[in-house]
Design a protein around this ligand. Structure first.
Ligand SMILES: [Ca+2]
Ligand SMILES: [Ca+2]
Length: 187
């Protein structure tokens, strides 16, 4: 509570939201993985210490790590800052390109597609939250595939309803991936 009050007080300068998974899953869930909606918390072998893992149990769709409520709401001050995280997976065969990070607001959904998939060891990702960094209007929305306009991006950051990070990269069953060190709003 104290932290959120502090963030409101300094909203103009922005405030990072982060998940290090040192001792709990912090409320992250899985999406697109059938009935398996709970990631596994691994107390060790993270980067460092704890990390969060999921395993593909549903053939038809790519699954995502879904950020908990503290990442939702008004983060407008984070425009121009970065989202960073580390991912690793356990197979790098039959890789599928796709929508790697998805951000939704009440009336807009945007996505970022990476040039490469995570490696077998912890792989850092860093995406700037602006109109120059590969964000596009997501599939099945107006202007799908076109770069996101700055005004739209700012509006979305002011009312985030969903932040999802892709965890499935292998075309085939039972592949696993792990997430660590999510920092939303880094300089
Ligand atoms: Ca960790
Ligand atoms: Ca798979």
């Amino acid at each position: 509570m104290f932290r959120s009050v502090l963030c409101l007080a300094i909203a103009l300068s922005g405030c990072t939201t982060s998940s290090l998974f040192e001792s709990d899953d912090e409320g992250w869930t899985l999406f697109g993985n059938g009935e398996d909606t709970r990631p596994e918390l691994h107390g060790s072998d993270g980067y460092p210490a704890g990390n969060l893992c999921g395993q593909d149990s549903y053939d038809l769709d790519a699954w995502y790590f879904v950020a908990p409520p503290k990442y939702r709401g008004n983060h407008a001050a984070l425009y121009g800052k970065r989202l960073t995280f580390d991912l690793k997976q356990f197979s790098i065969y039959n890789q599928v390109k796709g929508r790697d990070v998805i951000l939704e607001g009440s009336s807009l959904r945007i996505a970022n597609h990476f040039r490469f998939t995570p490696g077998l060891d912890w792989t850092p990702f860093s995406i700037r939250l602006d109109d120059q960094s590969g964000w596009v209007y997501d599939e099945r929305t107006a202007n799908a595939g076109l770069p996101v306009a700055a005004d739209d991006f700012r509006a979305l950051l002011g009312e985030i309803t969903v932040l999802k990070i892709r965890g499935e990269f292998v075309d085939g069953p039972n592949d696993r991936a792990c997430l660590d060190n999510v920092i939303f709003g880094r300089d």
